[in-house]
Design a protein. Structure first.
Length: 264
């Protein structure tokens, strides 16, 4: 119950890892702000919390509309009083080769996966500084540690998260504000179904590799364990996580494998 009565704000809370995080945080005693675009899905997740629904606040937002995020932050603080833990989880993946992806799609992925996260973070930070501390999580990906076919813009947006949040953690550690960058591998969610193709239309199919990933519930538990331990970075997944270490210690083997592993 290390989150007992703390306020946790989760983006992308309407499905997948975000939904699992809501349940895990409620079980840990937290008061939870649920954010995503679809209000009906947020209501479904809240109702599934049972008695814990009383500790939920629904705050719909769209990460592609940065001009709305300041007002959303003001609403969150006004209604909950503080934010102790911000989990930047909202995002969208990609299933298209770089040369077949329009610049509009590249920009959309960067807007959601990078600028949406840092914009919300910058609006929450003054409140954390005023209250004397806090913790910010950025949900990246193992492809935030290496490039991978059909993930050019997605991987780029995740690489950017690492640079920003590692720097932020170094700058504010003395102010009791901590950062954790989470790098999931394959998790059984709708991420591949919702991924964007080169022209911006949904991929609309579950990748075989995604279907064999770890559960969202297992991922959520490991994320909260990393938060509790104030980990700077954590890799979560199955055998696919090995690719992170191959890139670091055996790059030739990594590149050989990356060219042969199915991109879906």
């Amino acid at each position: 119950m290390f989150l007992d009565q703390q306020v946790v704000w989760i983006t992308g809370a309407s499905s997948g890892i975000g939904e699992a995080l809501v349940y895990a945080c409620i079980d840990a005693g937290a008061r939870v702000i649920l954010s995503a675009r679809r209000l009906a899905e947020l209501e479904r997740v809240r109702d599934a919390c049972g008695e814990g629904a009383k500790r939920c606040l629904l705050l719909p937002l769209d990460l592609t509309q940065p001009e709305t995020l300041r007002e959303a932050t003001e609403q969150a603080i006004a209604q909950m009083g503080r934010v102790d833990l911000l989990i930047n989880n909202g995002g969208v993946s990609q299933r298209a080769y770089a040369h077949e992806t329009t610049l509009e799609v590249d920009r959309r992925l960067m807007e959601i996966n990078y600028f949406g996260h840092i914009t919300l973070t910058k609006y929450v930070l003054p409140h954390m500084l005023e209250q004397g501390g806090g913790h910010i999580v950025a949900v990246s990906s193992i492809t935030g540690k290496f490039g991978f076919p059909m993930r050019s813009a997605y991987s780029a947006s995740k690489h950017a998260l690492h640079g920003f949040f590692e720097t932020l953690g170094l700058e504010l550690a003395s102010r009791q504000i901590y950062t954790t960058v989470v790098c999931p591998g394959r998790v059984r969610t709708q991420v591949s179904v919702n991924a964007l193709t080169g022209d911006g239309t949904p991929h609309a199919q579950m990748d075989p590799g995604q279907a064999q990933g770890i559960s969202a519930e297992q991922c959520a538990r490991q994320i909260l364990r990393a938060v509790k331990r104030r980990k700077k970075e954590v890799y979560i997944g199955g055998k696919d996580v090995i690719m992170v270490y191959l890139k670091r210690y055996a790059p030739a083997l990594f590149y050989w494998m990356a060219r042969r592993i199915s991109a879906t």
